[in-house]
Each structure stands twice: as structure tokens, then as C-alpha cells.
Design a protein around this ligand. Structure first.
Ligand SMILES: CC(C)(COP(=O)(O)OP(=O)(O)OC[C@H]1O[C@@H](n2cnc3c(N)ncnc32)[C@H](O)[C@@H]1OP(=O)(O)O)[C@@H](O)C(=O)NCCC(=O)NCCS
Length: 470
């Protein structure tokens, strides 16, 4: 539909709303988009009652569009995912992660020379400041790699005060060169930060980035190189991880990506915004789900325990992790590709026994009315954890393997956000149901209200409490 026709169409479609509190009628135009039609919530503000505008209530953003974007498109009912219009299946088959990152961030596939320049820029930024590397070494031996990654990303903001809006002024990101520089720094250094967090866990020195390897190959190299002169990761493993990176790079306004926009709206520096988004991704309902899937498969442990587990899920005692999605009400297109990769990886690493449990769970769930009625299908996390396990990653590295590629999507949204004329500070409203206005009561005159103040105690704390203290 051309722009004029779209405009005419928008004029033609509207809601007529009559407020029976006041008798006022308003017409609210319905906007049309490829995904869904919508109305502007602020238009409802014209319906005033006792001096207050009418607002919409939507905890969890179940039915709220909060921005206009050109980055990715999802049709959850049909199981479609496109990056800048290109189907995820084609990108997974034909592209590389570095090229996909370019596509997401810059809007078009690069020419040969643009790709070369982009690749070089990322390579040049793979080294992190030795102070950051040193700082990472101060984490405890058993620190969760996501904790290390998040903290390091936030800490790196302190290394670049000259481009921090809090110090250099709000307008600093109006400079395109500065924006590009932060993109190269973050995307380029992320595999280094991630591999450092892994090396800490295994008690090995951090490896320096390799000057002549691809993005994903270099990541595997930094994770694994010991004293070999010419360490080179297996090309099929590199490609498997590359495809997983492509699949995880972007997924429109999921919890963490929405958070990048949310944080950026305050004007905070991009390192802090990315660290915050990584925090959102860490949660088991989001990027931590692959970790949770693995723990669930381990807990089930044997095919014979599956019926009881499914019963527990249906009795709402447990969740079938890796199933269900806010947007997909069909098979997640990424999950299909991940399942194929699993078998390619097993050809090299040997079969991961937990795959049997995963396949049986999927088979039962896809034929059980509980899951069918609720349109619960495997999501991207269901099989990715099994692959990561087969590749020898400790479970707590799984969300890190999700974060690295997703940063490409976050940066694409950041760049889009910076150029968005509607980019107001995010500031939702609340439905206040607390006390009416009341006066402060001096402590001697207060009535005691029963409030639960206990916190959990370790055995050591309990033992200490038995001691006589003075
Ligand atoms: C992803 C998720 C948070 C989406 O939640 P949502 O869009 O809010 O969906 P709802 O919570 O409204 O779920 C709808 C129904 O399906 C059920 N349901 C959703 N996911 C379920 C799961 N994984 N296992 C069992 N039941 C599930 C809910 O209990 C609810 O049932 P009800 O209507 O009888 O109350 C949710 O499916 C989930 O927690 N999945 C497991 C974690 C996971 O894999 N996350 C990765 C996402 S990529």
C-alpha cells in the first residue's frame, strides 16, 4: 500500500468512544501496520473525568506497542522471524554473525568492501583495557559468568568518560562517529569479556584475541587455547556456534531489548544500558531459560520420570522450561534450526544423552491437550542448552552465549532509538491503591502492625546467635 493510500486508510478507520461518565464522544484514529492495527494511548487522554485523563492499564505490556521499529518482524501465529525483512532461515543458512550484526545495526546487507571494513573495525576493538582484564580477575572463583560480564560492561563505561553523556553532555550521541565507535568497542570486545569470564572459572590466564580469526572462531580460540602453537577451533563447531549467534542476534522488543530502550531513554551511557539489558537477559524467564532447561532435563534425569514431570507441570507445580513464548503461538522458527544443529554438533562431539529426554518431552507436550490448548511450543532455548552441553560449556555459561549475539540487536535498537523523534523518557504510570493522605505519628504513639521481618539464616548464623555476645 502506498503512503497516500495508507494515510487514507488510517483516516477511514477509527474507534468511536463514548464515555458514559460524561457523555463525551471522541473519535480515535486506528493506525495500520504490518503487525497489528493500533491506537495512540494518549488520544484517550481527551476523555477527562474529575480533572484526570483516561489511561490504559497494561501490566507486563501484554497489549502495548511502545515504539516504531524497522529492525525485526515476527509473526507469532505463523512462526515467522525476519531481520530487516530477511527470513531467519536464509540468514542462518547463508550469512555470518558479523554480517548479520551489520544488517541489524545499519539496516542493509553490506557490500563486500563495507563488510571488510566492518569486520576490521570489530577486530581492532577485540582488545580490552588491561585494567578491565585485571578487574575481572578479582571476581571469586565461582562467580557466575553473567555476573562478571554484566559488571565488566558497566565498569567499562568508567573507562570512557569523554563519551559518557553524564559527563560529556547529553548531546554526545548526536555525533555519529561517537555512536559508531561505541558500537565497535562493545561488539568487538564482547567475546573477549565473555571468554575472560570463562577462563576465570577454569582458573586459566585470559587469552589475547587472535589477529586472524573470524568473530566466532576467535571467541572459541580465546576460550580454549592453552599452550598449542596453532590452536584452531573445529570449523563445524565454529559454524554451529555462528548459526546459534545469528539466531540469537535479535528478537524485537523482548524483555532485555525493551530495557535497552528504556535505559537509553534516561540518557545513560550505552555501556550501562547494555549491562542493564544483560541483567534482564540473565533472568530464567528470558535468556537464562536455556540454563533452566538444562537444569530441568538433569532433574528429570531419565525417560521413565517424564510422565510424572508432565503431571507436575499440568498440576502447576512446575514449568516446562523452553516451552511457551509471549509472541510465538506456533513452533519458534529458531527452535527448528537449533534442533538440526544439535545433530550436526553430535556428529563431532558424540550424542548428548539429555537430547533423548528433550525429544521425548517435546513429543509428549506436542500431543498433550494442556500444551496444545495453550499453544505452547518449544522456543529457541529448548534445544540450545543441549548443544551447549555437548560442546562442553558449563551451564552457567549458557546465558553468556546468548548475550554475545543479542548485543547486536541491542545496539541496533539503541541506534534506532537515538534517531527516533518519539524517544521520550520512558515513564509509565501506576494504579495507586495505597493509603490516603495521613500524618506522621511519633514512635511512642504508634500502634504496632504485624509485619514479617524474618530473613533466611545460615547454620553458622544460627550458631552465632546462640553465643553470649558483649
Ligand atoms: C515465556 C513465558 C514467560 C511466556 O509467558 P506468557 O506469554 O505470559 O504466557 P502465560 O504465562 O500467559 O501462559 C499462558 C498459559 O500457558 C501456561 N504456560 C506458559 N508457559 C508454560 C510452560 N513453560 N510450562 C507450563 N505451562 C506454561 C501458563 O500457566 C498459562 O496457563 P493458564 O492460561 O491456564 O493460566 C512462559 O511461557 C514461560 O515462563 N516459559 C518458560 C520459560 C522459557 O522457556 N522462557 C524462554 C522464553 S524465549
Amino acid at each position: 500500500m502506498n503512503r497516500l493510500a495508507l494515510y487514507a486508510n488510517q483516516l477511514a478507520h477509527h474507534l468511536t468512544i463514548t464515555d458514559n461518565r460524561t457523555g463525551k464522544t471522541i473519535e480515535v484514529p486506528i493506525s495500520t501496520s504490518r503487525e497489528s492495527d493500533f491506537i495512540h494511548a494518549t488520544k484517550l487522554g481527551a476523555l477527562q473525568y474529575q480533572g484526570q485523563p483516561l489511561r490504559v492499564y497494561d501490566p507486563g505490556y501484554m497489549n502495548t506497542i511502545c515504539c516504531t521499529s524497522k529492525i525485526s518482524y515476527i509473526d507469532g501465529d505463523k512462526g515467522i522471524l525476519e531481520y530487516r525483512g530477511i527470513p531467519i532461515e536464509e540468514l542462518a543458512e547463508k550469512s555470518t554473525f558479523v554480517e548479520v550484526a551489520y544488517l541489524l545495526i545499519n539496516g542493509e546487507l553490506p557490500s563486500k568492501s563495507q563488510l571488510q571494513e566492518w569486520d576490521e573495525k570489530l577486530r581492532k576493538h577485540t582488545f580490552i583495557h588491561t585494567d578491565a582484564s585485571q578487574m575481572m580477575k578479582s571476581f571469586r572463583y565461582d562467580a557466575h559468568p553473567m555476573g562478571m560480564l554484566i559488571s565488566t560492561l558497566a565498569a567499562i563505561s568508567t573507562f570512557h568518560p569523554e563519551v559518557n553523556p553524564a559527563l560529556a553532555g547529553e548531546g554526545v550521541y548526536k555525533n555519529k562517529d561517537i555512536v559508531n565507535k561505541q558500537i565497535y568497542r562493545i561488539l568487538g570486545s564482547l567475546p573477549t569479556i565473555a571468554s575472560n569470564s570463562f577462563r576465570n572459572r577454569i582458573g586459566r590466564e585470559h587469552n589475547m584475541p587472535h589477529e586472524n580469526m573470524s568473530y566466532v572462531e576467535n571467541f572459541l580460540y580465546m576460550l580454549d587455547k592453552l599452550n598449542e602453537k596453532e590452536y584452531k577451533p573445529h570449523p563445524k563447531i565454529t559454524r554451529a556456534l555462528e548459526v546459534l549467534f545469528i539466531l540469537h542476534a535479535e528478537h524485537e522488543l523482548n524483555c532485555s531489548t525493551a530495557f535497552v530502550r528504556h535505559l537509553s531513554s534516561s540518557g545513560v551511557d550505552i555501556y550501562t544500558a547494555i549491562a542493564g539489558a544483560a541483567g534482564a537477559l540473565y533472568g530464567p524467564k528470558h535468556g537464562g531459560a536455556n540454563e533452566a532447561v538444562l537444569r530441568m532435563l538433569e532433574e528429570i534425569g531419565d525417560l521413565k520420570n517424564i510422565p510424572q514431570f508432565i503431571k507436575d507441570v499440568k498440576d502447576r507445580k512446575k514449568l516446562l522450561m523452553g516451552f511457551g513464548h509471549r509472541v510465538y503461538k506456533n513452533y519458534d522458527p529458531r527452535a527448528k534450526i537449533v534442533k538440526q544443529i544439535a545433530y550436526q554438533v553430535f556428529e563431532i562431539t558424540g550424542k548428548e544423552p539429555l537430547i533423548e529426554i528433550a525429544i521425548e518431552l517435546e513429543k509428549i507436550a506436542l500431543s498433550d491437550p494442556y500444551f496444545i490448548q495453550r499453544k505452547l511450543y518449544p522456543n529457541v532455548d529448548f534445544y540450545s542448552g543441549v548443544i551447549y552441553r555437548a560442546l562442553g560449556f558449563p551451564t552457567d555459561m549458557f546465558p553468556v552465549l546468548f548475550t554475545i549475539p543479542r548485543v547486536a540487536g541491542w545496539l541496533a535498537h539503541w541506534k534506532e532509538y537515538l534517531n527516533d523523534k518519539e524517544n521520550n523518557i520512558v515513564r509509565p504510570r501506576q494504579n495507586y491503591v495505597g493509603p490516603e493522605k495521613r500524618n506522621y505519628v511519633p514512635v511512642e504513639q504508634r500502634k504496632e502492625f504485624p509485619i514479617y521481618l524474618e530473613s533466611n539464616k545460615s547454620s553458622r548464623q544460627k550458631r552465632r546467635e546462640t553465643a553470649t555476645l558483649s
